[in-house]
Design a protein around this ligand. Structure first.
Ligand code: MN
Length: 233
């Protein structure tokens, strides 16, 4: 047997302090998972978690100590940043109970759920899918993964994003409406989770637009940083 075309490359993320890489299976994202962000998007912040996906090859892996380059995408006048904790699944399963969920997590990273907000808003208004607003090229920048056992994160852990040195988003992980364990419980009722899945867990308030030339620096204390420069076409 042979493939009629050369198989595509396997999307992957570097592992901190190692030459190893984490092969990406799927990218799941949680919508509106911090109360203040839900409110800024016009919602109550009390709804059940909901999910959307980005194609695995939209991952833009930024190695430790480097600044990633993201091309300003087509079709949009409003490219928004959403800083997010990313959980990486090491062991798959379905109908995973929250109290067993953490044993399925391989590690964590700092991620950006980049969004063509104008296209997402149009899709919402027309009742259309979010794919064009969320699932475009390089829409899922991510820093190196740290093994869960090496992460020092908890309710007081700070998550923040600066643009050109100015603070835009700042919160703590304890403000997640649905915890990582609860997200995995809900998500695994709808899909079979598999090794290599990444879960973008939602963004705090303060989302806003960036333009070509801007430099973004996302941080989660105890995990690391993610630096990204937006470049013109
Ligand atoms: Mn998001």
């Amino acid at each position: 047997m042979s493939f009629v075309l050369t198989p595509p490359p396997i999307p992957s993320v570097p592992v901190k302090g190692s030459d190893d890489r984490f092969a990406v299976h799927r990218i799941y994202c949680v919508g509106r998972n911090y109360v203040e962000h839900a409110i800024e998007m016009g919602h109550s912040g009390r709804e059940a978690p909901f999910f959307f996906l980005k194609p695995a090859d939209t991952v833009l892996a930024v190695p430790e100590g480097t600044v990633g380059a993201m091309r300003y995408p087509t079709l949009t006048q409003s490219l928004h940043h959403e800083i997010e904790l990313v959980a990486a699944i090491g062991r798959g399963g379905r109908n995973i109970a929250a109290n067993d969920a953490m044993s399925h997590v391989w590690g964590y990273a700092v991620g950006l759920d980049m969004t063509r907000r104008d296209l997402q808003n149009e899709a919402k208004k027309l009742g259309r899918p979010w794919s064009v607003g969320k699932g475009f090229e390089q829409a899922a920048p991510i820093g190196p993964l740290t093994r869960a056992a090496d992460c020092r994160i908890g309710a007081e852990t700070a998550i923040s994003l600066e643009v050109n040195g100015e603070m835009r988003q700042h919160s703590v992980l304890g403000k997640l409406i649905w915890s990582v364990a609860e997200i995995i419980e809900h998500l695994s009722t709808a899909w079979d989770l598999a090794p290599g899945d990444l879960i973008y867990t939602g963004t705090p308030a303060g989302v806003a637009a960036v333009v070509a030339g801007d430099t973004l620096k996302g941080s989660i204390a105890g995990i690391g940083t993610l630096e990204l420069k937006i470049i013109g076409d």
